[in-house]
Design a protein around this ligand. Sequence first.
Ligand code: ADP
Ligand code: ZN
Ligand code: ZN
Length: 791
Amino acid sequence: MYAKVVVDVNAKRVDKLFDYAVPGELEAVIAVGMRVVVPFGPRKIQGYIIELVTGESAKPLKAIHCIQDVTPELNAELIELSAWMQETHIAKRIAVLDVMLPNAVKGKYQKVYRLMADDIPNEVKQLFNKQGIRKIGDCALEEVMTLEPFIATGQVIEDIDVSQQQRIKMQKAVTLSGDIDRALAMLRTDKQKSLVELVADRRTITLKELKEMDYSAAVINGVVSKGILKKIEIEETRDPYKDRVFFADDRKVLRPEQEAAYHAIKAAVDAERNDVFLLHGITGSGKTEVYLQAISDVLDKGMTALMLVPEIALTPQMVERFKARFGDEVAVLHSGLSAGERYDEWRKIRSGEARVSVGARSSIFAPFTNLGLIIIDEEHEASYKQADYPRYHARDIAQWRAAYNHCPVILGSATPSLESYARAEKGVYTLLTIKERANQFPVPSVEVINMRDELAAGNRSMFSETLTAAINDRIQKGEQIVLFLNRRGHAQFMLCRDCGYVPQCPNCDISLTYHKVTDDLKCHYCGYKEPKVLTCPNCDSDHIREMGVGTQKVEELIYQHFDGAKVIRMDNDTTSRKGAHERLLTQFKNGEANILLGTQMIAKGLDFPNITLVGVLNADTMLNLPDFRSAERTYQLLTQVAGRAGRAEKEGHVIIQTYNPDHYAIEHAKNNDFSGFYTQEMQFRKVGKYPPYFYLVNLVFSHSEMKRVLLESRHIHDVLLQHLTPGSFVLGPAPCAIGRINNQYRFQIIIKFKAEPELLKALTYLDDYYYEQFVKDKFSLSIDINPQTMM
Ligand code: ADP
Ligand code: ZN
Ligand code: ZN
């Protein structure tokens, strides 16, 4: 028997399957999807078994060194998916397998001494662990000297050990080893009897737990020595939610529009039909309730369900709703978990212990079998596209997996992406619409304030007259307020008031961002840092100041401006610690503050009944970004933020402050008019030849020498023109919006096309060719198909 293996080497040259012989003793246990250690040149590296072939190989093969898993990490579906991604995403197979699997299982390589013989003195043997391994890094000099003669004879060798980063944690436990009635008869003390009864009841119980329940080691050992209990090791699963009580939550009686949507989905679930639904429901329309009921049906059929939400929507509230409905069947996957916790959730899915997952982007690769439904909530979110190599969009992966499993997909949103809505209009997706809020309360009223008028009237503060009055009113009534500061396109920087000088990064074409916490200037692209400047390096003036307002500054201003304000601030600084996000929200929920001030991270998922006012401090900063989606993103964000108000009996009000009150994104957000926005934005996209009318590919290439970049850009341009039909457009080469990062000059070419059968071939050719150039002299080309950002 021999195996076809993908090896863990990140290079184009070896992006193929290698054959290895399967040693006889492994034949019975080895399986497709397992990780193995294989010899590769002089090294030993990790690999994945993609295929097992019975029979002789044509040429002699090196043998697999050992297997690393008892249960394969990858199933047949994921292996096939990785082949498809390799072909269509211009990505190496190993890179694709890497994004699929949790970090904890990725190979870790270390230099070790390995014991090869038994006939050596005990004091030398002692240096090695049970597996006969000693990390070279752990050896003191005299130990190396001790080992030297044995290395010379080959009894000890220098080797590379491949281990997984995160081992499964084991715990000591006890279990019953005999008949319980006989056991009880043998015991005298009540303590011992109660111990045995407890174990009989729980089957296994950890020593740690027993200690917490006041069973002493003496009591336990006494019973063990009688042969009634025995000590075993069990896998510890870290459940990040284990100390929390979730209240059971029953299905709600659906409102008519919810019911119609649910029925359409249920029919597809029952028929195991690979339909794609676009569920367009306003904020608070009860989309989540529809998801929950559909998932419940899937579980009743004995199948599994996968739900994606954006990272920032993975609030405790969302997790709570799932746990309340499905209990231990739910696995939760997000970046707040440690590598070990993530791996445990992953294993729960693989073993079938968890049949539902709620998670962020990469959980689209959760190792379910028998999927009955895939849901992508907030499907318009840019974060579903991985911005770094290998670039993939969770929506595409979802559709592939749904086709493989013959199951439906639900794309849900209050503000669908134009791409998805256009597909629904064409009938490619089935459109389901919910226009009223589930609790039948009206959507909040929205008021737009023109900040130019405020300036003209002499108000130079962050708060318009209207917003000031509304905040004071809510503080007085004991109601809660959400204030939203749009961070994108709103960095803080320094500006000389006399000459207009703005400190720039020396390595990148971008201004430095001022950080109040550390009181210094940083580059967000290359990490460059310098102290805050006190006099202008250009004109020596000392009128150089911080511009732009951060959340911290706004917090100060709120306290100056409003009596009785109590602020909870949520931004990257206050939520970086584990669990901080959740703690702050709980505090707000418990009424410990009346104002929640935050950035993008508070735009989603909050459902608090006492919020009656939402203020958007700066609605339009994003409109100025050089990106064709800036209007769409502005519309989406404003709609989401506004949706936080008036979720219960108390009426909600939204105040949007802007310098562009007439912009159509803001006007339509104000009127909660998606189709108005859609119609207008589609015209703009049509004229500009943007998605959904055209597909885009963004090629960015960079090098430390401008001349080289210009030269290669001509080559790239020519290759593309040769392969494309006249119906497509190749724009550029032109400098990127940020023309230099980390001293690399950056240019881009954008392809706009409708159908190009040869395109993938051309891109693959370029990718291969420039991979070699990168190895040679760091000329880099990155290819982004269907890009979410164009910078
Ligand atoms: P969405 O996901 O569309 O924003 P949710 O599912 O969060 O909406 O629903 C908003 C609120 O309405 C939640 O508090 C939810 O419990 C409640 N809700 C949803 N469906 C119903 C229903 N059929 N009857 C009563 N309340 C409902
Ligand atoms: Zn100056
Ligand atoms: Zn920089």
